[in-house]
Design a protein around this ligand. Structure first.
Ligand code: GAR
Length: 208
């Protein structure tokens, strides 16, 4: 059974999808053993507490820079004996001290079709504002491994939704969450926990 540590910053609907998937047996061979939040007020912490999952708060505000913050995160991940780390709405870019310690063991959900609308500065509603601003006709979400460059690690799964004429960033965000993020993130986690993701030449292939 793999120890899954989930990093969050906000509402935690993706965390909830993971909790529900674990409870209903969709996640095989993995258990959420700890939730770490960068934000002491994140509602995601309540979701963890409601499900008796241990929590840690490591506030981003208390650290001078990303390197010092990442060292504290790395320490916690090591203490928790994490086999898999999931960034579920985690709004801080981690320094390479973390990504190098856990190669192909950190999974992120990004709310666009990478390589579009991604990288530094593209997070949360900003991603959907950019997609609507460009006028794309489809968008979606990407589940990918995390490396030292923002949103640049190997892609595991992607899913697509239509963009409609009257969409606002909020409406598009909700459609992508409901139709893609909440389904594909638990699926990718389960595949990882069953060792069904193979890496060849820095690309990820699902062997199901
Ligand atoms: C989700 O849409 C997630 O894809 C996005 O923030 C939202 C968090 O929602 N993540 C990023 O933009 C990271 N670059 P949640 O807290 O309800 O899961």
């Amino acid at each position: 059974m793999k120890n899954i540590v989930v990093l969050v910053s906000g509402g935690g609907t993706n965390l909830q999808a993971l909790i529900d998937a674990e409870n209903s047996g969709i996640i095989k061979n993995g258990k959420i053993t700890c939730v770490i939040s960068s934000n002491p007020d994140a509602y995601a912490l309540k979701r963890a507490e409601n499900n008796n999952i241990p929590t840690r708060i490591i506030p981003r505000k208390e650290f001078s820079d990303s390197i010092e913050y990442s060292k504290a995160i790395l320490n916690a991940l090591n203490e928790e004996k994490a086999d898999l780390i999931v960034l579920a709405g985690f709004m801080t870019i981690l320094d390479k001290c973390v990504t190098e310690a856990y190669p192909y063991k950190i999974i992120n959900v990004h709310p666009a079709l990478i390589p579009s609308f991604c990288g530094e500065g593209f997070y949360g509603l900003k991603v959907h504002e950019a997609a609507l601003g460009y006028g794309v006709k489809v968008s979606g979400a990407t589940i990918h491994f995390v490396n030292e460059k923002a949103d640049a690690g190997a892609i595991i799964l992607q899913g697509v939704v239509d963009v409609l004429n009257d969409d606002t960033p909020e409406i598009l965000q909700k459609r992508i969450m409901e139709n893609v993020e909440w389904k594909l993130l638990p699926k990718a986690v389960s595949l990882f926990c069953q060792d069904k993701i193979e890496i060849v030449n820095n690309k990820a292939y699902v062997r199901d």
